[in-house]
Design a protein around this ligand. Structure first.
Ligand SMILES: NC(=O)c1ncn([C@@H]2O[C@H](COP(=O)(O)O)[C@@H](O)[C@H]2O)c1NC=O
Length: 510
């Protein structure tokens, strides 16, 4: 008896050639509405589904293959006599190969169609057949990926389709239906504004196998969430080696800082080291911004990432090429700038499409079998409230906002000393706040801090930071406030004739 293949595909690419080969191999083909039409038009020998189901496709295609003649033919165990007798009694014929790809739910969603159209694009019969065939993979071959057509034909021709192959195809099939359902579930959770559902169905697709992970002995992979909105890692690579695990992680840190300044009328230049900013400068033009960023810390920038919210010109590119950088990322590059930067073969040059606001509902951390999820930290300050006798100057207020944007994106405990739209000294990732400040000051002992502003990611539990700042003539402080001992810091500020502003929002980043 000849073998039978059921072919029902929305994406019809390659299906004619594939079916022709199946015909040549002696397969009888059963097919649904439009697939059947396409095959027939191309001279493929096929039988329409209703000849098998003995029922027309009904309910606008909602029921085509949901039928015992189909599922019985797929699901019966060939080595189970009772199953064999049952299908024989019911005149159900064997289906040995199931070729299905699903209604384009994802594409319909992305095209912004209305709810009813999206619902109509939830495939029911397709996943059912895929799951039936995958469950019975020992007896039935399931093909869900058009990229597998050639290999399947090759294997069938050489009689070399092994049980292991079929198991792998079944695995792929269940992964595809699982992903499909996760996308549907996410759609409903969004529709019903259920940001933190009881069951969180996230689905990620492998985008890139990285050379290694954070260290050479660790594997590293980049997965992408296909239903993410405005993903921040959205760039075109114009030069250089493939991005590494650490590059991608650091780049994310860089883009998050750039995002803080995306609506600024000035250009921001950020230097990142190990996900933390090590220099940030705001300027009227690219060169000024980069110069400020570079001069903020000429040591740490070495081997770092530089991000610029503008077009990189020749002058800036020349200055950049004086040092070793891993990545330069910007909105664009002049052709002269690109020519200069490209001389460094390994320098990764990235052109960003655009920096947009984050539309991701949350941030997450995988903690060994559990997932910690929280709202994305999209706010900067609640309101600026001066809590001292002295008010900050207009420039100090501007620097306070600038400083908060920087400390918000540094690992806690984080301190930024800033002046005139430039970071002068940064301290981060310290286990004590005073150490973060000492670190910042001691690493930049040659600098003049008079007139600078001190920004802190979280409140001061003691007045020690204020006292130390005063020693270096820093006369303005911005911090969230909220400590039981706020009074101590406020009193110290008043004693030293300093201004202090509370923002009302803490920015821990651990
Ligand atoms: N309802 C059913 O019984 C059913 N059986 C198969 N499908 C889907 O119909 C599509 C193919 O339809 P057509 O051959 O008419 O283009 C395939 O994507 C397949 O997954 C169905 N459609 C939706 O559920």
């Amino acid at each position: 008896m000849s073998k039978r293949a059921l072919i029902s595909v929305t994406d019809k690419s390659g299906v004619v050639e594939f079916s022709r080969e199946l015909n040549n191999l002696g397969y009888e083909i059963i097919s649904t509405g439009n697939t059947f039409k396409k095959l027939k038009e191309n001279g493929i020998n096929a039988i329409q589904i209703d000849k098998v189901t003995k029922c027309p496709e009904i309910l606008d295609g909602r029921v085509k293959t949901l039928n015992p003649y189909i599922h019985g033919g797929i699901l019966y165990k060939r080595d189970n006599q009772s199953h064999v007798d049952t299908v024989k009694n019911h005149k159900i014929e064997s289906i040995d190969l199931v070729v299905v790809n699903l209604y384009d739910f994802e594409g319909t969603l992305k095209a912004g169609k209305n709810h009813d159209e999206i619902i109509e694009n939830i495939d029911i019969g397709g996943p059912s057949m895929i799951r039936s065939a995958a469950k019975n993979y020992k007896d039935v071959t399931v093909v869900v990926d058009i990229n597998d057509y050639d290999l399947i034909i090759e294997k069938l021709k050489t009689n070399n389709l092994t049980l292991e192959d079929k198991k792998r195809l079944a695995y792929k099939a269940f992964s595809i239906t699982g992903r499909y359902d996760a996308l549907i579930s996410s759609y409903f959770s969004e529709e019903l504004e259920d940001t933190y559902p009881e069951i969180l169905n996230l689905t990620f697709q492998k985008e890139q196998t990285l050379r290694y992970g954070e260290n050479p002995h660790q594997n590293g992979i980049l997965y992408k969430q296909s239903n993410a909105k405005n993903p921040i890692l959205n760039y075109e690579q114009l030069n250089g080696k493939e991005l590494s695990f650490n590059n991608l992680n650091d780049l994310h840190g860089c883009l998050e800082v750039m995002r803080e300044f995306k609506d600024s009328d000035k250009v921001v230049s950020v230097a990142i080291k190990h996900t933390n900013p090590c220099g940030v400068g705001l300027g009227e033009n690219t060169f000024e911004a980069y110069t400020k960023c570079y001069e903020a810390d000429e040591v740490s920038i070495f081997g770092g990432i530089v991000g610029i919210t503008s077009i990189i010109d020749k002058e800036t590119a020349q200055k950049m090429s004086e040092i070793f950088l891993e990545i330069v990322v910007a909105y664009d590059f002049t052709s002269e700038a690109l020519e200069i930067l490209k001389k460094k073969k390994n320098l990764r040059i990235l052109k960003l499409s655009k920096i947009e606001s984050s539309l991701q509902p949350y941030d997450m951390k995988y903690i060994d079998g559990k997932l910690l999820i929280q709202d994305k930290n999209n706010d900067l300050v609640n309101e600026y409230e001066t809590v001292t006798e002295i008010e900050p100057t207009a420039q100090q207020l501007k620097d306070m906002e600038f400083g908060m944007k920087v400390v918000k994106n540094m690992k806690s405990n984080a301190i930024a000393i800033v002046k005139n739209n430039q970071t002068l000294a940064l301290g981060c990732g310290q286990t004590s706040r005073i150490w973060a400040l000492k670190n910042a000051i001691e690493n930049n002992s040659e600098k003049e801090f008079t007139g600078a502003v001190l920004a802190s990611d979280a409140f001061f539990p003691f007045d020690d930071c204020v006292t130390l700042a005063n020693k270096y003539n820093i006369k303005a402080v911005v911090q969230p406030g909220g400590s039981m001992n706020d009074k101590d810091s406020i009193n110290a500020c008043n004693k030293y004739s300093m201004s202090m502003v509370f923002t009302g929002i803490r920015h821990f980043k651990h």
